[in-house]
Design a protein around this ligand. Sequence first.
Ligand SMILES: [Zn+2]
Ligand SMILES: [Zn+2]
Length: 360
Amino acid sequence: MSKDYYNTLGVSRDASPDEIKTAFRKKAHEHHPDKGGDAEKFKEYNEAYQVLGNAEKRKQYDQFGSAFQNGQAGGGGYGGFSGYQNGGGFNVDFEDLSEMFGGFGDIFGFGGGSRESSRRNSRGQDLEFNLPLDFMEAAFGLEKEITFSKKIKCERCEGKGAEPGTKIETCTNCNGSGKISRIQRTILGNIQTQSSCPHCSGEGKIYAHKCSRCNGIGIHQDSVKLKVRVPAGVNNGESIRLSGQGEAGQKGAPAGDLYLRIKVQPHKKFVREGYDIRTEEQISVKQAILGDKIEVNTINGPINLKIPEGTQSGTVFKLKEKGIIKLHSRGVGDQYIKVTVKIPSSLSKKQKNILESLDI
Ligand SMILES: [Zn+2]
Ligand SMILES: [Zn+2]
């Protein structure tokens, strides 16, 4: 019987260390015993990775593969493997595993920050809504009242979950800790695991009667009104974060945050480019040739724009600082006005004669 570690991990013999690592992680995830996988399979993958994942061991394996596979490593000259083969224990690379599963607290449930204990007082969820604004609201900012639905702290039980006036007792199953410890046999050896107490759902307390408003959860869904200050210059796609305005946390845990994603409706006249504004104006042939003053709109109201003599169609005029207040830096954007010359499509005989005589 020979073992082909490359075959076990499903990688080629010239696979890069990254490829080997990725392949192992994938296999380990699929077959992790804690997630209902096959412990024997998991063991094989780990064994293969112990060797192929280590440059030195891999080199030796490549060179002396068969000797190694036949279990001679312990007695032979391949000292590097002896502890591995004959140590009797299963050599798990803790660092890799914890990195892979985001810390052992999560998978084995021990440690103060484990998933089970944190479920007891979970922070409220973040919420995200679209906030539609018209062009001018985004440019100048405003205070807006929004109405939305979220989980709020139950006012009947003040978030405790017990019907007011009824008894709250310490859970006798877990002595109020909310956690149950037990010894679990795993491929890593015996590990003490903690899980949520089933008797009190990890709360450590037993209520004679659950709150009738929130059914003992301490929070419930409700419609809320909130005044939001929208800063001037906010743009499409940006988000406003309102700390602590998301859903209420359970039993005194902090609330989540509220994110308002800005959706700016387009304007008929103004086109926004960052903090600059672009507009277009039409002038007559006469205005283009002789020059004139025309009234143009800015977001702050109409102003006069001087059209110089001999203005070409397509000329862009810049109105300095007539754009939008810069939200993330100092100053104000500009307005750019593109002027096009309107060529008349029909002229009277007299107009034509005059134009002919001008020879322009
Ligand atoms: Zn309640
Ligand atoms: Zn309990």
